[in-house]
Design a protein around this ligand. Structure first.
Ligand SMILES: [Zn+2]
Length: 381
């Protein structure tokens, strides 16, 4: 990842880039940052910058072969160490046992925390750590000559979770590092890292994401009004993961889809073509990604309404509707029944496929609404 892909912290990015530009690359860094502020992504971005032959304006190019491999997290000179858990499959686990999960975890977002990582590794509360057997692995990797880049980069996430024997071996390596090797330790609490390791690393404090950068990052991801976005920025307190959690839970997006769904069904039922044209215009404005989400949302509501029709006595246990959706379903569900459910579902799935294939959106949705109108008119018996 490029520095530019990570929200905020421009002063830290400048400082880090300057160490490369000025030939002052420390062989061992200790990045300290709170959850969800991008510290781990910054470590990878630093390695990418270090190895990019086309760096310019304080950032890597993002397109050269080295950057491409870095971005896919498969560069042969980029190594990772992180907490893992034992399992029936891995009784003496090392980081590489979970490399696939790790790449997914890193690629999905630039903001990370240990809870989310551990949730993915195991459903119970197994003790996670960087265990003694990891040090053999580290030694082996660092004894290789670098394959492609000038520098080997080893990112160690959560060094505070390292067991004492692994820590001591790491310390030895940091004291006498192989040539052209850069360790980047990324920690929540630098104070919890072995003192002797602390004293041999260069500490970089990574502050929380500032309000303005958080605002811009949210604006790029969500479609909230400025006021709402500012409210989320306040709640997030510099942690992008928290911001995302709050934003995802906001009802606004869902109620926007609900309104579109309700309008579509009302105008279809009355066969009001001019209203349906306006409706198709508003759906077009969502953009393709959100149109697909709307279709998924509509499919869920249609399915729930169908269940209400065929199994009214099971409504409590089967149907998951918000109050607004339930009030609408009260009158609407009887229009969705065994005679039309499959046809309606097929039409929505077809529209989804056409959106994916870059069909003309307004026409796709107008067509969908008109077909739905015909299908809603089908009698149940
Ligand atoms: Zn590059």
């Amino acid at each position: 990842m490029k520095f530019a892909d990570i929200a905020g912290n421009s002063a830290v990015k400048h400082k880090l880039a300057a160490t490369v530009d000025g030939g002052r690359v420390s062989h061992a860094w200790l990045f300290e940052g709170a959850d969800g502020n991008g510290a781990l992504a910054l470590a990878v971005a630093y390695g990418q910058y270090l190895c990019c032959p086309n760096k310019a304006n304080g950032d890597s190019c993002g397109t050269c072969p080295s950057c491409v491999k870095y971005q896919k997290l498969i560069h042969p000179d980029l190594h990772f160490v992180y907490p893992v858990v034992s399992s029936p499959k891995f009784s003496k686990p090392v980081s590489d046992d979970y490399i696939k999960e790790w790449r997914t975890f890193l690629a999905e977002t630039n903001y990370h925390d240990i809870d989310e990582w551990l949730n993915r590794l195991s459903s119970d509360n197994k003790q996670a750590g960087i265990f003694a057997q990891e040090s053999q692995n580290i030694i082996k990797k660092l004894n290789y000559k670098s394959f492609e880049a000038e520098y080997k980069v080893m990112v160690i996430w959560m060094p505070e979770k390292m067991n004492p024997s692994a820590s001591n071996k790491l310390l030895k390596m940091i004291e006498e590092p192989p040539a052209k090797t850069v360790f980047i330790l990324v920690s929540n609490h630098a104070e919890s890292v072995l003192k002797t390791i602390q004293s041999r690393t260069q500490l970089v404090k990574i502050p929380k994401i500032d309000a303005q950068s958080m605002f811009e990052a949210l604006k790029a991801t969500y479609n909230f009004a400025d006021d709402k976005t500012k409210e989320i920025v306040r709640l997030a307190d510099g942690n992008f993961l928290r911001a995302k959690e709050v934003a995802d839970s906001q009802a606004d997006t869902v109620s926007e889809y609900f309104n579109l769904f309700a309008d579509m069904m009302r105008h279809s039922y009355t066969m009001n073509v001019s209203e349906l044209l306006d409706w198709a215009d508003s759906v077009t404005k969502l953009g393709r990604e959100r149109q697909k989400i709307f279709i998924d949302y509509a499919l869920r509501l249609i399915r729930e309404n169908f269940i209400l029709t065929i199994l009214p006595e099971k409504r409590e246990s089967l149907v998951y509707l918000t109050d607004k959706e339930a009030a609408f379903a009260e009158k609407f569900h009887k229009f969705i029944h065994q005679k039309n459910i499959n046809h309606i579902t097929n039409e929505f799935n077809l529209a989804h496929k056409h959106i994916e294939r870059n069909g003309y959106e307004k026409l796709i949705f107008l067509d969908l609404a008109l077909k739905t109108a015909q299908l809603l008119a089908v009698k149940p018996q």
